[in-house]
Ligand binder design. Sequence first.
Ligand code: ADP
Length: 428
Amino acid sequence: MFNRSRRNLARWFTLSMGSILAVFAGTLYYQEAIKQLEVIDLLLYKKARVIAGNVQYKMQQGQMRVFIKNVPLLGSNPPPPDSEIIYARWYDAKGKLKQFFGVPPQEHLSKTFEFQTIKTTNYLISSSSPVIWLRQITLPVQYRGQLIGYLQMAIPMTRAQESLSKFLLLLVLTVLMALGVTSLTGWFLGGLAMQPIRYSYEQLQRFTANASHELRAPLAAILSNAQVGLLANIDDADSKHLRLEKIAEVAKSMNTLIGNLLFLARQVGRLAPESLHETDLNDLLRELIGSQTTRIAAQHLDFKSDLPEQPIVLKVDSELLYQAVMNLLSNACKYTPAGGLVNLRLFTEYHRVVIQVEDNGIGIPAADLPHIFEWFYRVDKQRTRAAGGFGLGLAIAQQIIEAHGGHLSVKSELGQGSLFQIELPLNQ
Ligand code: ADP
């Protein structure tokens, strides 16, 4: 699926870039052709002017007459060297043919443009190519403002054609090479574009597999307890009560899991400003410590808190922040053996508020550290499941902190302990 999309992206990218390149190359070719034509026309015009300069118009037997005796090609004068002229014709002012050199022309000058491109067969000129293109000029010749005749002549466009063919070949090769590079770039960019989609897709797949796995285990427990309860003697109230208790306990943990999942699904992106209220973080953390003292005492943990004297007021969603710190604190308690130390700190630093939860418990292996904020990730599956964890607590804490525009980070060493740090911007 991803490869097909990647191929499609690369194909469309190459196609669109290819069309742009083709249009660009076409324009360049057109410009070059016009330039070449202008060069030929200028050359042809100059040649025609030189030849027409030899036409004489003078009085003979009381009448003004045109003399082309001295005109190169048409008269007795030799043609200019390297003239390349294929044919030359002289028509009088009425358009009647008077003299010609080269290919026999029409008797009368047909109405024609000053410059014209003419396609002709080669047998008149050379035997190498079957078709040849000529550029023809029809120059009206005047004497003191009076039209005395027309000079028509043509030269071959072979050289311009050759240079245009070379230019075209160069353009085609360049476009083909550029297309090759574009398709490779398209493939590479397609791969880059696919990466986040592939990542989300894999994450979704992992999530679905994990969620179904996590839900299946308690459902199986509910089912087996219900079946054992049903099989028990009808008068055995104790056994039935025990089963019902187990079912209620498992259903409660399912409820927590579903609640956590719903929270993660709903709470995406930054929090709306109306849900943020000015809260003294000192008060919030004191309340949290109060709710945890019995647990800390029961686990025989040493607990220390470093809270500042003065209030630290910040615009937060107090319930959510309470939940985030609670997750970190209960993890610290969960993963610190009896006799260990858990420390909670609150202080301000530069433009941020920092909350630290530190313990000297079991720590996290370096290989697991990059993954512990992922959904359902647990370092020791057996152990954490026994401790009642689904591997969602840190993901929820991270999502809450990021929703406040903050950052949650961790430093940990296996066997030494862990330090979780929440950073919140002061002026949000
Ligand atoms: P859980 O609900 O399973 O504790 P969390 O998302 O809160 O899930 O934590 C993910 C994993 O990170 C835990 O399974 C645990 O292995 C590890 N972990 C989290 N906090 C600590 C800690 N303070 N000390 C050691 N390991 C921890």
